[in-house]
Design a binder for this molecule. Structure first.
Ligand code: FAD
Length: 406
């Protein structure tokens, strides 16, 4: 134990979101004798992206064949349902339809079918408009793609179960511990935190919206920077929930990594519409009015941000307008379900996506996990990283075995 450090670990994971916790689950299985600790700045686990998402267990349709996303989503979806079965967590394989609302979208829908099939997604089937309405009677569609394997779950509950499992296996979860500095001390690192210092031989950075900032604390200069994109939801009033049975998604715009406004039934029985994708003025900016000047300046000082503005100003302005205007939001939803009316929905919650952006303004598409400065850094883990978390955890445990000499 280092002088002045009351706690020490072989491996410390920064971030008790679903990626950090799934990594701890995988490491505790693979190295049962390693002393593990997961730290989080919040008083509870899953306080950010993991606790503010659509709760969909994606099947793996959208992602480029051979990418981390494609492989880890398909494997992760299977591991996720196995984990839920083993730990008694409610989930449902309710299926979803992606719908083409006019003929121009059909080629992209067919391309998704091919992509999903290449990725090994089970049971995908192209539907006619009438077949779509057998599944979703109120949906407007000329064609559809049915994904029967898609499911729903509460990822906050999954993360709590992962934390419990880590503790059962002898690991530690230290909440209320914001990591503020990471100096070296010989072969170890000291994590200076708001809950006191923690010594660790090896570090894994799973800090989500702050992963680039945490990497910088370790002396790394990541090529990418996190830009926060808020996703806002509306909820459908109970009397109008009959308009949607399960999950209805549009054909996404290939220029963006976001899936477009969709309808999602939650495992708790609510029906949500959203999320949009609006630039947030704080990394944890769940509301439009939340502004953190330091974080905003960090965004404004990044050339990648101005390159996004240059590339996507039209779409960005429209998203901002749709965030302010319920009528515009409803018009987007009416493309999928024409009967939906402004009075049928009320504002719900929001989540903020940690989206890594390259200096040229490209929104990094694939998961980015790098080994540098003797540590592992998860620098981009947007959707479907909740679905893929257990597979990502195994992948990171493999990297740890290789690079940490465990
Ligand atoms: C609106 C929205 C909808 C989504 N829908 C889906 C979906 O349906 N299906 C799906 O698979 N994925 C979905 N996602 C993506 C998914 O939620 C994320 O990919 C996943 O939760 C990322 O997990 P994480 O552990 O990397 O990040 P997080 O859950 O954000 O965890 C990171 C943790 O690090 C902690 N932290 C940060 N800095 C520090 C520090 N300095 N010291 C200590 N702790 C720190 C934070 O407090 C946080 O708890 C969605 C995301 C959003 C925002």
């Amino acid at each position: 134990m280092l002088p002045g450090v009351s706690r020490s670990a072989d491996i410390a994971i920064i971030g008790a979101g679903i990626v950090g916790l799934a990594t701890a689950v995988a490491l505790s299985e693979r190295h049962p004798r390693a002393r593990l600790v997961v730290l989080d700045k919040e008083p509870r686990v899953a306080a950010h992206q993991t606790g503010h998402n659509s709760g969909v267990i994606h099947s793996g349709i959208y992602y480029k064949p051979g990418s981390h996303k494609a492989r880890l989503c398909v494997d992760g979806a299977r591991l996720m349902t196995e984990f839920c079965d083993a730990r008694g967590i409610a989930y449902e394989r309710c299926g979803k339809v992606i719908v083409a609302t006019d003929e121009t979208e059909v080629p992209r829908l067919e391309a998704l079918h091919e992509r999903g099939t290449a990725n090994g997604v089970p049971g995908l089937r192209l539907l006619s408009g009438d077949e779509v309405r057998e599944h979703e009677p109120h949906c407007r569609a000329v064609r559809g793609l049915l994904s029967p394997a898609t499911g729903i779950v509460d990822y906050g509950k999954v993360a709590e179960a992962m934390a419990k499992l880590v503790v059962e296996r002898g690991g530690g979860i230290l909440t209320g511990a914001r990591v503020t500095a990471i100096p070296r001390a010989g072969a170890e690192r000291i994590l200076e935190t708001t809950a006191g210092p923690v010594g660790a031989r090896h570090l894994i950075n799973c800090a989500g919206l702050h992963s680039d900032a945490v990497a910088r604390l370790m002396g790394l200069r990541p090529e990418v920077q996190i830009i926060p994109f808020r996703g806002e939801y509306y909820v459908i009033r109970p009397a109008r929930r009959f308009l949607v049975r399960n999950l209805i998604y549009p054909v996404p715009d290939p220029a963006f990594p976001f899936l477009g406004l969709h309808f999602t039934r939650t495992i708790h029985g609510e029906m949500e519409a959203g999320p949009n994708a609006v630039l947030a003025f704080a990394r944890e900016g769940y509301r439009l009015a939340t502004v953190r000047p330091g974080e905003m300046l960090g965004t404004l000082a990044y050339p990648g941000f101005w390159n996004i503005v240059r590339r996507h100003w039209r779409m960005g302005s429209y998203e901002m307008w749709r965030s302010l205007s319920k009528a515009a939001f409803v018009r987007s939803l009416q493309r999928l379900v024409p009967e939906i009316r402004p009075g049928d929905i009320e504002r719900g919650g929001a989540g903020v996506r940690a989206q890594a952006v390259a200096p040229d303004g490209a929104l990094v598409d694939d998961f980015t996990i790098t080994v540098a400065e003797g540590a592992i850094h998860v620098l981009n883990a947007p959707s479907p990283a909740a679905t893929a978390s257990l597979a990502i955890g195994r992948h990171i445990a493999g990297l740890a075995a290789e690079h940490f000499g465990l």
